[in-house]
Design a protein around this ligand. Structure first.
Ligand code: MG
Ligand code: MG
Length: 249
């Protein structure tokens, strides 16, 4: 079932998403060679709870941390660990969710650890732009999910990148994952129309090489099959009468 949100409900979601945004900014500012992903998780957990919010990833289907930290060829759902120390030249994807007053926020960013190659920087930039190409194409009541997915896919593929098929964006509200699925690929003209009051997380997961992924037997981590880097960029957006509002920016 698709839930349509009132302005008051979107206001709660705005707050949850601002906490997520600020957490991601904090993580970016602490990203440097030598820091463990465990420490980054600790910082995020402390910040979210200090804002009277709940880290929604912690214990979600048993996930053991408050954020996902995915390095280089890890696409998403990396588990923070004391043994995982960031190194110069890596790229790291942070995915963060928070619940405020019962409403969810969800966003993700990929950032550089120290100096990275131009190839990795381009992957990060194009992945971010995939999101904005998608968002800027949305016309409430007109754009279909297939149009949105097609726009994102076409932009990624025009740069020679892959679009992960097994993982998609989603509706969001009182639950982190609601209907509908929001794929980063698709056929224009297909699928449901995006209409006023819908709140969705749009989250391109873009690969430098093959779009094929492996699900590791830790039960969580997703890696590119060719072990080339991947990037992730996500925001929660609200489709309103005033246009599309990005709640987590
Ligand atoms: Mg997320
Ligand atoms: Mg999400």
């Amino acid at each position: 079932m698709i839930t349509i949100k009132t302005d008051a409900q979107i206001e709660y979601m705005r707050k949850a998403n601002q906490i997520v945004r600020d957490t991601l900014n904090l993580l970016r500012d602490h990203t440097k060679p030598g820091v463990s992903t465990y420490e980054l998780n600790r910082l995020a957990h402390e910040y979210i709870t200090s804002q009277n919010a709940i880290p929604s990833f912690l214990n979600y289907h048993g996930f053991p941390a408050s954020i996902c930290v995915s390095v280089d060829c890890e696409v998403v759902h990396g588990i923070p660990s004391k043994k995982k120390i960031l190194e110069e030249g890596q790229i790291v994807s942070y995915d963060c969710g928070a619940i405020f007053n019962g409403w969810h926020g969800d966003a993700a960013r990929t950032v550089a650890v120290g100096l990275i190659t131009p190839e990795c920087q381009r992957l990060i930039d194009v992945t971010e732009q995939c999101f904005f190409e998608g968002v800027n194409s949305i016309v409430a009541g007109v754009t279909r999910l297939g149009d949105l997915g097609h726009t994102i896919q076409a932009y990624a593929e025009s740069h020679g990148y892959g679009v992960v098929r097994e993982l998609v964006g989603h509706g969001i509200g009182r639950n982190m994952h609601e209907e509908p699925d929001v794929p980063n690929f698709g056929v224009a003209g297909r699928g449901m129309r995006l209409s006023e009051g819908m709140t969705i997380a749009i989250e391109p997961m873009i690969t430098m090489g093959t779009e094929k992924v492996d699900f590791l037997d830790d039960g969580w981590t997703v890696k590119t099959r060719d072990r080339k880097p991947a990037a992730h960029y996500e925001n929660t957006v609200a489709i309103t009468s005033r246009g599309v509002e990005i709640l987590s920016l």
